[in-house]
Write a protein that binds this ligand. Structure first.
Ligand SMILES: *Cc1c(COP(=O)(O)O)cnc(C)c1O
Length: 483
């Protein structure tokens, strides 16, 4: 008997065979993904033509299902861990954590409360302690929680900020963020039910940094109008340019004004582990709450975000509810029930992958992998600066570089420059050889590379730049023909 359908079980042998096939597929993918095109470009119609069906009443052989999935599903996703995936924020991941996730899911560990899983809770406490130390947060008083990602960490932070600073009534509360802040913050603010009139988006300066003076005058104006400034959101490593807001100055303003200081370090926070990053992130330890996102630059597979707080009691004050069915499992206060520190009750065991990967590779390996990305972006910048075809629009910062095609030999208008860079990106993506999309900086269309994958080589980048050059020439040829 291979399967017991009522119990939803396989025989022990069938389980092993099935499991090993999946492990083999993952390992094979890891070792061959560099040769695969990273970009999946498929329409809804194409996907429907493969997958659309009613939920099947009858069974199918598990191997057949797996083969179909490997052939049709896994091949139709963009490879976020691919060395030539330069856009958004890549997800380099690591195999130890992938297997840790399998283990956590295989045992189906419930990481909500101490009683159900003392070791999972303890590992979350311990790894959060590691992170608090890395970021210079107070270790005794500080705390935190792992979340599904940076968006949920920001939502958890802003919920806490509001609870602590406003109590029940937030009708006059005002929140401040810069025009470079990540969209997840605005989403969180909306989820929390703030009105548009309660949000101040402060324009950034020419370096895309939070403009302190504009913030200060905005706060004063709001106070004069009887409003209650309660939270400032800074970004330490904007997604666009890697820019770090003036954290120490912002912390000072917040302290003077009794405002909650939240830092969104989902992109750049991890750089604290490298010497260059540590310098850039000076002041990050002054936050009341800090979002980091281990599934980005700490090389964890999805989903893993994290919120750190200066005072762990702020989380428990915000999220503790006492329903009668959880009455018996309260326990000792040092034995944290993470359902009291965030939004989720049932939670997967996220700490395990972080724990196992750091134990296995050691923190120094993480430091080196992060430094590698910062150095690679700087190397790409000097390479671009040596060329007559490229303009560095914003210097390499925390492994992000923004540039555009702009030849000193050919006079092109701003419109033509936008057009040609858009064209280059579209062609590269259509070739499926690399994922390189544009962003807008000060009204200009620019190419953006985020180089946090330690398996991306300088050769990979040069390859892609050569491809870009080819498409630029193609565009110029076509223009000549037309004009
Ligand atoms: C990626 C990112 C987020 C959102 O994190 P998710 O893990 O995608 O939910 C928030 N802020 C910044 C600065 C980011 O780069």
């Amino acid at each position: 008997m291979q399967k017991d359908f009522v119990k939803l079980e396989l025989s022990k042998e069938a389980m092993k065979t099935f499991g090993y096939q999946i492990v083999d597929a993952i390992v094979e993918h890891h070792h061959t993904q560099k040769e695969k095109p990273p970009v999946a470009l498929k329409s809804r119609e194409e996907m429907d033509s493969i997958f659309l069906e009613e939920a099947p009443e009858g069974p199918m052989d598990e191997k057949e299902v797996l083969d179909f999935v490997l052939d049709k599903v896994m091949t139709n996703s963009t490879l976020i861990s691919h060395p030539k995936m330069y856009s958004f924020v890549p997800g380099p991941s690591n195999f130890i954590s992938v297997m840790a996730d399998a283990l956590a899911t295989g045992y189906n560990v419930f990481s909500g409360g101490w009683v159900t899983s003392p070791s999972a809770s303890e590992l979350e406490i311990i790894t959060i302690q590691w992170l608090l130390k890395m970021f210079g947060f107070p270790q005794k008083m500080g705390g935190g929680i792992f979340t599904s990602g940076g968006s949920m960490a920001n939502l958890t932070a802003l919920t806490t900020a509001r609870r602590i600073k406003c109590g029940q009534d937030f009708s006059k509360a005002v929140i401040y963020l810069s025009d470079q802040a990540h969209s997840s913050n605005i989403k969180a603010i909306r989820v929390l039910g703030f009105k548009k009139e309660q949000i101040r988006i402060i324009p950034t300066d020419i370096e895309f940094k939070f403009a302190i003076n504009k913030l200060k005058s905005c706060i004063s104006r709001d106070r004069l109008e009887g409003l209650h400034p309660f939270c400032v959101i800074a970004t330490s490593g904007t997604t666009n340019t890697g820019t770090v807001d003036p954290l120490s100055k912002l912390a000072k303003v917040c302290k003077e004004e009794d405002i909650w200081f939240h830092i969104d370090g989902a992109y750049g926070g991890a750089a604290i582990l490298s010497p260059k990053g540590k310098k850039l992130l000076k002041g990050i330890n002054k936050a009341d709450s800090l979002t980091i996102d281990p599934h980005k630059w700490m090389f964890q597979p999805y989903e893993m975000g994290c919120l750190l707080v200066r005072n762990h009691k702020h989380l428990s004050h915000t999220f503790t509810e006492k329903p009668e069915y959880l009455r018996d499992i309260e326990g000792n206060t040092s034995e944290i029930n993470f359902y009291d520190h965030g939004i989720q009750l049932t939670r997967r065991f996220r700490a395990l992958k972080f724990y196992m990967s750091i134990k296995t590779f050691g923190l120094q390996a993480f430091r080196d992998a992060i430094s590698y990305g910062i150095d690679l972006a700087e190397k790409v910048e000097s390479h671009l600066r040596k060329s007559k075809s490229w303009e560095v629009v914003f210097p390499a910062t925390l492994a992000i570089i923004n540039f555009r095609f702009n030849s000193i030999r050919i006079e092109l208008s701003e419109e033509e420059l936008d057009e040609i860079n858009q064209y280059i990106s579209a062609k590269v993506v259509a070739s499926r050889e690399a994922l390189l999309v544009t962003t807008i900086l000060q009204g200009q269309v620019v190419l953006r590379m985020c180089l946090i994958n330690p398996r991306t080589t300088f050769e990979d980048v040069k390859d892609t730049l050569a491809q870009c050059r080819k498409f630029a020439n193609q565009f110029l040829e076509k223009k000549k023909v037309l004009s």
